[in-house]
Design a binder for this molecule. Structure first.
Ligand code: OAD
Length: 241
């Protein structure tokens, strides 16, 4: 595999590593991606399934779909790529992961600094007042907010919505402070998240892309490793001792 040795050498000398992950890092855990040939957005229109307008016009339909995704994600386990990021941390590196994933798999693997850019599918909130809904919801029925009666929605970021500002600012800072910026399993098609890799590059970080396919961020990369994350990441971390 090209560049595995080079990237391992760079990581050996780096103390601050920032990471941007996307659906591809969880693909080997059985969680679907969005823009691959079999991706979710090739079958479903995101304006219906991932916007507030879509939810308001067909709340039951969208809620049930999120419940199905929750079940798939609940049954999924972290894979070798998730665990490799944990082992980087255990080697004494400061590792900050900004993830576009809502699946909780980085945290489940044991990563300490995870910034969720697009929320978390296991959390819910009121569509009207925004208050968190703490109870676990197991059924497919819509729930109502105990404070204002609004419909409960998943606490994920939909198209047209702002990213959580604290998470965003910490992600920007991590990109700026990093000496290496790993971009794993994302097409780089969605902003502002994809912009973090460009920010890191402009701030002088070495940008490494790990992806099975070309991405929209390849022009900003110092190294592109064209391989599954679950294969490339353990190969890299095994060389850092
Ligand atoms: P995409 O589906 O756009 O991209 C997934 C990327 O992972 C593609 O570039 C694949 O080539 C790559 N990939 C697939 N399997 C892989 C593997 N085993 N190892 C490494 N790479 C692999 O998903 P994201 O970039 O995460 O947002 O999409 C960004 C956002 O768009 C998502 O967070 C979601 C979606 O709409 C919202 O829902 C707000």
């Amino acid at each position: 595999m090209d560049f595995i040795v080079d990237v391992a050498e760079l990581l050996k000398g780096a103390d601050s590593v920032a990471v941007l992950t996307g659906a591809g890092i969880s693909a080997e855990s059985g969680v679907g991606t969005f823009r691959d040939a079999s991706g979710i957005w090739n079958k479903l229109d995101p304006s219906k399934w991932a916007t507030e307008e879509g939810f308001r016009s067909s709340p039951s339909m969208v809620w049930e779909w999120y419940q199905d995704r929750r079940k798939i994600i609940k049954d999924a386990s972290p894979n070798k790529a998730h665990y490799s990021l944990v082992s980087l941390e255990k080697l004494g590196k400061k590792v900050t992961i900004s993830t576009q994933n809502i699946d909780n798999l980085h945290q489940q693997a044991g990563s300490k600094n995870v910034l969720e850019l697009h929320g978390n599918i296991f959390r819910n909130k009121c569509i009207e007042c925004g208050k968190p809904y703490a109870k676990e919801i197991m059924n497919d029925e819509l729930c109502k907010c105990e404070f204002c009666g609004g419909i409960i929605r998943p606490d994920v970021v939909w198209y047209g919505e702002q990213l959580p500002q604290d998470v965003w600012q910490m992600s920007e800072q991590a990109a700026i402070d990093s000496s290496i910026y790993l971009v794993i399993g994302t097409s780089g098609a969605v902003y502002p998240a994809a912009g973090l890799a460009i920010l890191a590059k402009r701030a002088g970080s070495t940008v490494v892309i790990i992806n099975t396919e070309p991405t929209e961020l390849d022009d900003y990369a110092d190294f592109v490793i064209r391989e599954k994350a679950g294969i490339a990441m353990p190969e890299i971390t095994a060389r850092i001792r």
